[in-house]
Design a protein around this ligand. Sequence first.
Ligand SMILES: [Zn+2]
Length: 337
Amino acid sequence: MKKCFGLLFLIWMTLVPITAHAQIVDTEKIYTYESLTEDMLLLSELYPDLITYKSLTTTPFGRNVWAIKVGNGEKVILMNGAHHAREWLTSALLMKMIETYADSYIDVKTVEDIHPSILDNVSIWFVPMVNPDGVTLQQFGLNAYPIGLHPFLIEMNKGSWNFTRWKANLLGIDLNRQYPANWSHLKGVNGNPSYQFYKGTRALETDEVRSLVDFTYEIKPEVAVSYHSSGNIIFWGFNQWGLTHTTKFSQDYFAIAEQVSSFTGYPIDEPESYQQGGGFTDWFIEEFGKPAFTVEIGQLIEDSSLPLEEFHDIWIRNKKMGLFLAEKVYERKRKMD
Ligand SMILES: [Zn+2]
């Protein structure tokens, strides 16, 4: 009998490495900073030749803004999420992409119609949670922070103890109104630290945004996507819309946006007039002259995070986004070589 168990154990040991691993990124629960950190460590252990990570900065409350790279290609694209606290489903989406792409690469299987071997030519850098302090406040409320801070947080939250609508970082600065793109002319913004819309006293004032800007200069992406929620829509950048019909250069880029629109089912729109600049996408387009999109996932919902039940639909629409853009970058590089 003992021998039999020994044999079974041996068979089990040989089979384990070739069977698919258990799913790591759990999108059926509230996706926290701790979940993200734990999943990132597990995934980088599981795929050491494909996944690496680094901290861009430590926030004022001791959390890391993680950047996670998938692939070994020379050319780079950048995808980020959760600039806004209540939009943390974007972090879960990006982490699920990381796991799916790495998994498919190792198993040599396609993600929809795209083969992940494109990651040998183009790497994807993910910054899935730009605002971990804000996300933590939105998810756990005041309990997540020292009692001495509570009066300040409640004041910025307009007297409310319910933090589910929180967008800013812990200092009450809106991280997507912090980029030096038309920053000084941003209209309709709160004049004081607040749960939303306060642009700060100067551009790049926050550690989170300054470190992401430095990192973007360092890696020089060919394309960037900034995920937000909600609205099921793609914004194409504040000063790019008028250019699309006038220059061949922009037309090429617009063609990419149209394809993204076609497979996600999200229409393309221009940003609202009240937010003309200040965002990551605006800054990236202006600074690098390369395509960037703001993708708003999920059905329009006011002042809250998206319900977890929406994740399935969001995943179906966005699953191949990173690999698709990687492929476009590679096609363009080959044309130009
Ligand atoms: Zn947002």
